[in-house]
Design a protein around this ligand. Structure first.
Ligand code: GLY
Length: 563
């Protein structure tokens, strides 16, 4: 079920097996970590120019839409978790919504079977984009410098061109046929050209520069109304899409009260529904505390077994109970209640594995794509923001808006296409996440901020679909329970399990032969994975400086830029 990033596998196996150390740096004033070095530099420059972390986040979001088009976006969505220098918390939901014409059976064929091509590719897969409204709201509430200055770097990049890294050239080549298929008869430049891309090729995107210019001049109206909206609507009308002018005009991102929990004298601030991330993370941490994770050794079979058993139960809850709180009853506070969790985890045995089928019958997990991106930013005033943003799949629906130069998301695939029945992966989804007009699809994105003694301790998050939650969980446990330094905590090999399928995915470097055999004896099905997650972790030192740790072991283009 996990897509292997083939172009990365060999490099990663080499890196892990050679155990090459990566070096984190310390910054006095501020730091920006993103999946693309150009976007990190843009954010850092905004900080140096007097912008705060929130200004930098906006500039980064738009820069990623140009430099990292597989996940950076103007026509996707995401979530942001915020801690201001004053110690206030907030979270912003700019998740896409189902168009008004969407309906529960829209991806079923005449035999009532799910047609996954419809929810994953092309115009019907597209949710109403939330990114631009989200960035406008973020700026209205927290921005310090002029909106126009935040769009300028991305416009310049799109106009002057971005030189492709080796990773980005290969990624575009990998998706070349899919992009061509979804854009027949259209000019797909700059994403597909006559020849395959090589490192150093320059992508100019004048159409996207114009879109960004309209957003710069007109704010949300530069996207949801006027020329850009018309380009999206023409794209829909010509190709059987269902997003209307009213869908675009009515889209609103939402400020939500973040989920806050305690973990061994740390405060965890994370994303509430419609992301499952915060709920699942707090549940997992509660289980880790209950079973005294801090007394186990990292990488031991007890460590892995316990985490997997916790994850089995938490992902079963996720699939059964979580969805858009504005459309269905989501029992968030019950799910993170300590008494409930004590009971929920009480049947974990350290000497035997539970079978996932015995954990809970009925509704189960919806598989999500890995292709999302996360960035973490902290500034000289002490503001911090963790943003996870996505088109869902790599290059989303693969549809490039003609005359717009940007990809549309395929976020509709995060709904359960057919509640209670298996999808293409042999999995089924819960009723709480069924398609309804205007509803937000369930997410796993887990932008998170951690405090210790009232001070900022960590800003973190990751892409990776359902593995986002477990990657964030492991990073926190590595730092707090295993007392790893920030670099070590990010570099440490990861593993993942999610109830169904009843398997454990491990990065190759994790298991010794002895641990592998012990886990096998307990009944765990182990599958090797080339990489899990891509962390962007800012940690603080006791003297108030920031340590920036990008996940360069797993993604060479990621970068911390600070001063
Ligand atoms: N599309 C991935 C997620 O929202 O979790």
């Amino acid at each position: 079920m996990f897509k292997i990033l083939s172009s990365l596998s060999l490099a990663l196996l080499f890196v892990f097996s050679c155990n090459v150390p990566t070096k984190s740096k310390t910054y006095q004033n501020g730091v920006v970590i993103t999946a693309h070095y150009l976007a990190s530099d843009v954010g850092n420059q905004i900080l140096k120019d007097g912008g705060n972390a929130f200004d930098a986040a906006i500039a980064v979001q738009f820069a990623l839409a140009v430099a990292y088009p597989r996940a950076g976006n103007v026509a996707g969505g995401g979530f942001a978790v915020i801690r201001t220098a004053k110690g206030d918390y907030n979270s912003l939901d700019f998740r896409e919504t189902a168009p008004k014409a969407a309906f529960e059976q829209m991806y079923l064929d005449e035999n009532g079977e799910v047609n996954p091509d419809l929810s994953q590719k092309g115009h019907l897969a597209v949710g109403v984009p939330g990114t631009v409204d989200g960035m406008v709201k973020l700026h209205q509430k927290y921005g310090k410098i002029d909106w126009k200055a935040l769009l300028a770097p991305a416009i310049k990049m799109a106009r002057n061109g971005v030189a492709l890294s080796w990773l980005e050239a290969n990624k575009l080549n990998d998706y070349r046929e899919q992009i061509k298929n979804q854009n027949r008869g259209k000019d797909t430049n700059p994403y597909v050209r006559e020849n395959l891309f090589i490192e150093g090729d320059t992508l100019h995107n004048i159409a996207l520069a114009r879109v960004l210019l309209r957003i710069k001049e007109n704010g949300r109206n530069g996207f949801y109304e006027g020329e850009t909206a018309n380009l999206i609507l023409t794209e829909m009308e010509k190709n059987g899409g269902i997003i209307t002018a009213e869908d675009l005009q009515d889209y609103q991102s939402i400020w939500r009260k973040p989920l806050i929990g305690e973990y061994r004298e740390h405060k965890i601030i994370s994303m509430p529904p419609p992301s499952s991330g915060g709920v699942a993370l707090l549940q997992l941490l509660s289980g880790a505390e209950q079973y005294k994770m801090n007394e186990l050794a990292f990488g031991s079979y007890e460590h892995i077994h316990l985490m997997v058993e916790l994850e089995r139960r938490v992902y079963a809850d996720r699939a059964t109970w979580l969805g858009d709180p504005d459309c269905c009853k989501v029992p968030t506070s019950d799910l993170i209640d300590n008494e409930y969790l004590k009971d929920r985890f009480s049947d974990i045995s350290m000497t035997a594995k539970t079978n996932s089928q015995d954990v809970k019958a009925g509704c189960v997990e919806v598989i999500e794509s890995f292709e999302t991106t996360h960035f973490s930013i902290a500034d000289s005033e002490g503001n911090a923001i963790a943003v996870t943003t996505t088109l869902n799949g790599n290059y989303g629906s693969k549809v490039v808006v003609e005359g717009g130069g940007f990809f549309l998301n395929n976020e509709m695939d995060d709904f359960s296409s057919k509640p209670g029945f298996p999808n293409q992966f042999g999995l089924v989804g819960g009723e709480a996440n069924a398609i309804e007009p205007g509803k937000r699809m369930l997410s796993s994105m887990t932008p998170t901020i951690v405090e210790k003694n009232g001070n900022l301790f960590m800003v973190l998050g990751s892409p990776g679909g359902s593995t986002i939650i477990t990657s964030v969980f492991q990073n926190i446990v590595n730092a707090i329970d295993f007392k790893m330094q920030p670099q070590e905590a990010v570099d440490a090999p990861r593993f993942h399990s999610q109830w169904l399928p009843d398997e454990v995915y491990v990065e190759k470097a994790l298991l010794s032969k002895e641990v592998f055999e012990k886990l096998n004896l307990l009944g765990h099905q182990i599958k090797k994975q080339s990489k899990i997650g891509m962390m962007a972790n800012i940690s603080t030192t006791t003297n108030g400086t920031y340590i920036g740790v990008p996940d360069t072991l797993r993604h060479a283009d990621s970068k911390a830029a600070g001063y």
